[in-house]
Design a protein around this ligand. Structure first.
Ligand SMILES: Nc1ncnc2c1ncn2[C@@H]1O[C@H](COP(=O)(O)OP(=O)(O)OP(=O)(O)O)[C@@H](O)[C@H]1O
Ligand SMILES: [Mg+2]
Length: 365
């Protein structure tokens, strides 16, 4: 049922036409005279105003809309009449149920035969969903930019650490070996002195090889490529417990189903990051890592018995380490969830579905 002011004999056909047009518009639409009095409104308008049609027709926005909004609509009507041109604006204001919503409103002047504005036709569309989507897109772009900057920083830090270790450890050991070899030349004569110097040089060389292997392992553990993910996780946990004194339990699948290189790398890096978080933030004394491979894909969980965390941190834009873990999972079509109870630990659960895990082309991190 449309609302229209009592039509005069001459405007009957025009009003009927206007009603027919307005009837099919799902958004609030209206026709006003040049003094902002409602002449015609559609059902969506009546529903949005929440008033009977008699309380709308012949009245101005000041009588229909609460508070400042009535005055605001009068003002925009005046602008349309003065400028004689269409105006469009986006505004956030209370919707029919009182909550704030976004509207895209278009007001168009109607002219009489002499070129004067005789009325205004308008339509207002609720664009809250679009606005929220735009906002989410902006946030996601910002997050991606931050993640990319974070990854650059991590890479730079990794490079300076490697450079430092190469310089301080390997460089110094090799210099010591070089000096030792030089001094051997001068010590011709006593075989006992030679043996002692050679033993020292052998020790130095062994230490250098160990340092070099550790450095290479830190960059990418050869175990991951040679023996697969379970062995690499086992190695990670053993060194983790040695380093941090946090005990661990590891559950591995009875029949280890191989996963592709991308999945192995992602899960390995996720365990690495989760363990770093355990040692840095959790105050845990124990961590349990489970790896399961089934028909529906690969599942991984890293659970600590530490102090837990505020679950809001799990999705906070500032939690770039956690976002990095989640992104690695999403890239493989998987899902990562963080469960935490204050005082009762944190669990990171990851699921990489089988079909995608198998379908990914292989490459390394
Ligand atoms: N296992 C955990 N136990 C308790 N708190 C945790 C745990 N893991 C993460 N957190 C909390 O979540 C926050 C975000 O973790 P995230 O890994 O994203 O960042 P970070 O570890 O602080 O820094 P980085 O960027 O170096 O990883 C941490 O600062 C910490 O407060
Ligand atoms: Mg972290």
């Amino acid at each position: 049922m449309l609302g229209a002011m009592e039509p005069s004999a001459t405007s009957l056909t025009q009003a009927a036409l206007q009603q027919a047009i307005l009837h099919h518009i799902p958004d609030p639409a209206w026709l006003k005279d040049s003094a902002s009095r409602y002449i015609l409104v559609n059902e969506a308008f009546i529903a949005a105003a929440g008033l009977p049609v008699e309380a709308i027709l012949g009245r101005t926005p000041r009588d229909v809309w609460p508070g400042q909004w009535g005055e605001h609509f009068m003002e925009t009507d005046r602008n349309v009449v003065e400028k004689g041109s269409r105006l469009r604006f986006e505004e956030e204001r209370p919707g029919p149920s009182g909550d704030l919503r976004w509207f895209d409103t278009v007001k168009t002047p109607l002219f009489d035969g002499q070129g004067s504005v005789m009325g205004i036709v308008g339509i207002s569309r609720d664009i809250t969903d679009r606005k929220e989507m735009e906002q989410r897109l902006r946030e996601s772009r910002t997050q991606l930019r931050e993640l990319s900057a974070y990854l650059q920083t991590v890479r730079e830090e990794e490079r300076s650490r490697i450079s430092r270790e190469l310089h301080d450890e390997l460089g110094q050991s090799l210099t010591a070996i070089q000096l030792g070899l030089g001094s051997l030349e001068e010590r011709h004569g006593d075989p006992a002195v030679w043996r002692e110097a050679l033993a020292e040089l052998q020790r130095l060389t062994r230490d250098t090889v160990t340092s070099m292997q550790r450095l290479a392992s830190d960059l990418r553990p050869p175990l991951l490529d040679d023996l697969g993910l379970p062995a690499a996780i086992e190695w990670l946990l053993t060194t983790f417990t040695q380093r941090t004194r946090v005990d661990h339990t590891l559950h591995l699948p009875e029949t280890p189903a191989g996963c592709d290189a991308d999945t192995s790398t992602a899960l390995f890096r996720i365990v690495q990051e989760a363990l770093t978080n355990v040692s840095r933030h959790s105050l845990a004394t124990h961590v349990t890592v489970s790896l399961q491979a089934g028909a529906d894909g690969t599942r991984l969980s890293v659970a600590d018995n530490g102090k837990g965390m505020d679950e809001r941190l799990a999705t906070a834009p500032s939690s770039l380490g956690l976002i990095g873990m989640r992104e690695r999972t999403l890239m493989l079509g998987g899902h990562l969830a963080i469960r935490s109870t204050p005082g009762a630990g944190t669990t990171v659960d990851v699921h990489i579905p089988a079909n995608l895990a198998q379908a990914q082309p292989s490459s390394s991190a």
